[in-house]
Design a protein around this ligand. Structure first.
Ligand SMILES: Nc1ncnc2c1ncn2[C@@H]1O[C@H](COP(=O)(O)OP(=O)(O)OP(=O)(O)O)[C@@H](O)[C@H]1O
Ligand SMILES: [Mg+2]
Length: 375
């Protein structure tokens, strides 16, 4: 066994011959045997080492066995170390034995000892000690694993938040490129075609009609470009803020799906910072997508407020989500929402009632308002 893990037994006796005899009796236990010839030396030993058990002679010059035991018990490191007293005295007076137990003894043995009895008593303590060490090592290992898990979870969460913001930045960038570059080029083209139609084809109705058709096509493409850009990142969110974007999204949803969608925005609601606005807007979009795909609803009501933190509630009157649909990897959409909300220290609650509908409540702490001081 590793020297550090090997159990140790402390033998305290002022009689050198008694120590040697004990060492012989206990040799087969396989424990490390440490000898101390006085109470003082024993106290030094327990400061440096943990012992599976201590064999203590009662009568010693200097501090006697009882006092030494008491002092050992008072120290944190050795508070629970089992102490076995050995005494040469025999007789009817039980007082010393009681004193021994009061000083924290687990056993009180009279000399001469019976080797087998002492060995088997100590074997129990050595076994307990070994088991204790194994348990402590296991506990330490478990604590370490838990800590590793926690930190890897934190890393994953940070990574998810980072990916989310990279994705949003990319969307903004692509939306802008499409809108500005393509949009401008198409508008230019439409303008040129308009001029062409006026000048070159005045007397050629057929060509004029074809050019008119081309111009209409370009209009359609311009509309598609706007729609695609706005799908990636609606301008209204950047230009008019969260409340306006949520209202716009609700109207769009109603127009596209035919499901009635109303939004109640708390009077005086102030749009939060860009990150929170983006998160709540994307969550709203995701929840509306769920309604369209799964709910079979005819009506959606949403509420946006800032009372003790930002809150967004979206409720539909559809079939109602079942709790088993929210478990495991069947609900990656909700998992993403939860991560998104957790990145702000917020929470999300999903409740479904069969045949009645689904209600999702999201809350995110708002940025700390600067306190205003009045002179
Ligand atoms: N409003 C709703 N009404 C009824 N059922 C719903 C509603 N929203 C979600 N569900 C159910 O919960 C499941 C999990 O939703 P979640 O958004 O996590 O995944 P998803 O929409 O299936 O896939 P995605 O990852 O594309 O979002 C859905 O598959 C659906 O069965
Ligand atoms: Mg979904």
């Amino acid at each position: 066994m590793d020297d550090n893990l090997q159990a140790s037994i402390l033998i305290v006796d002022d009689d050198r011959a008694a120590i040697v005899a004990m060492q012989e009796i206990l040799a087969s236990l396989g424990a490390r045997l440490v000898a101390a010839s006085s109470g003082e030396e024993a106290l030094r030993c327990v400061l440096e080492d943990d012992f599976a058990a201590i064999l203590m002679d009662v009568k010693m010059p200097g501090i006697d066995g009882f006092t030494t035991a008491k002092m050992i018990r008072e120290r944190k490191r050795s508070r629970y170390t089992p102490i076995i007293f050995l005494t040469a005295e025999s007789g009817a007076d039980l007082t010393p034995m009681f004193r021994g137990y009061q000083a924290g003894a687990v056993d009180y043995i009279q000399k001469p000892v019976i080797p087998e009895v002492l060995r088997s008593k100590l074997a129990v303590f050595v076994g307990l000690h070994d088991m204790n060490r194994m348990l402590s090592a296991e506990l330490a290992e478990r604590a370490l694993t838990e800590q590793r898990l926690r930190s890897s979870e934190e890393n994953l969460r940070a990574l998810a938040a980072h990916l989310q913001s990279v994705r949003e930045e990319e969307r903004i960038h692509i939306a802008r490129e499409i809108h500005d570059e393509l949009g401008q080029a198409l508008t230019g083209l439409k303008f040129d075609i308009g001029k062409l139609a006026k000048t070159a084809c005045r007397d050629d109705p057929d060509t004029s009609q074809k050019i008119g058709g081309l111009s209409q096509n370009i209009d359609r493409i311009i509309n598609s470009v706007r729609r695609i850009a706005s799908g990636l990142r609606p301008e209204v969110l950047d230009e008019m803020g969260l409340a306006a974007a949520i209202e716009w999204q609700a109207r769009e949803f109603q127009r596209r799906t035919g499901v009635r969608c109303t939004v109640d925005i708390e009077p005086g609601f102030a749009d939060p910072d860009k990150e929170r606005s983006t998160a709540l807007f994307r969550i709203f979009q995701e929840l509306l997508t769920n309604v369209a795909r799964h709910a079979n609803a005819t009506r959606v009501t949403a509420r946006l407020a800032d009372d003790d933190g930002l809150s967004l509630d979206v409720e539909d009157n559809g079939r109602g989500v079942r709790s088993e649909e929210l478990e495991g990897n069947k609900s990656l959409g909700f998992l993403g929402l939860r991560e998104r909300v957790l990145a702000f220290g917020g929470s999300i609650e999903v409740r479904g009632e069969e045949g009645k509908g689904t209600k999702v409540s999201v809350s995110i702490p708002n940025l700390q308002q600067q306190p205003t001081f009045h002179a």
